[in-house]
Design a protein around this ligand. Sequence first.
Ligand code: FE2
Length: 236
Amino acid sequence: MKIGLFTDSHYCKSQLGGGRDSRASLEKIRVSMEAFKQEGVDICFCLGDLTDHGPTDTKETVEKCFIEAMELINSYGIPFYLVPGNHDYLMMKAEELVEKAGYRIPPYVVSTEELDFIVLDANYRSNMVRFDIAGVEWTDSNLPPQQIEFLKKALYDTSRKCVVLVHENLDPSVQEWHIIKNSEEVRGIIKQSGRVKLVLQGHYHLGANAVIDNIPYITLAAMCENKNNYFKILNI
Ligand SMILES: [Fe+2]
């Protein structure tokens, strides 16, 4: 099956710092979705940070950007899921995202004929309170016990191969601030299950590729960085 992916579009109306061109992201999302349609992609994901909040943004402009991006993506009719990123929780609560733009709160499993996609949310601080409630601290991401249990159950309840998706990094080779604090435990569960075919992440804007315990851990490069568009279509 074909999987369409992009990440870290950081779409908003402000000029962000560094090489980030957040205002160009809506057009890049459109280009990605056109390519997904052209290639007959079966399912697509944004691996987090769909939107952002820059210096000249208000809650209203962020909300508008979120709805605009979700409507654009959904207009293509390809099943789409947003893996939440830390920036997605900057201005809006998860429940608001559900109500305004049809967002789905992880953890959940999307089962297809060939694969189970396990969508997780590591936007939790060390006290295990989610960023939208506790406040975002991007260097303190954790997968809470309830999701650890969910992951174990999802991996053991299925007879299909699985893809695990989470915004922050399970791959320990990226810069350490980006790594989920209890990533070692999560990698252990993934290894032990023998069910995981692939792990997909965003967050670390440079992107990375690793093979851990014979499982590819792909970190997609951020769409908002420079003039490139780093969307990807995987055939697995
Ligand atoms: Fe990001």
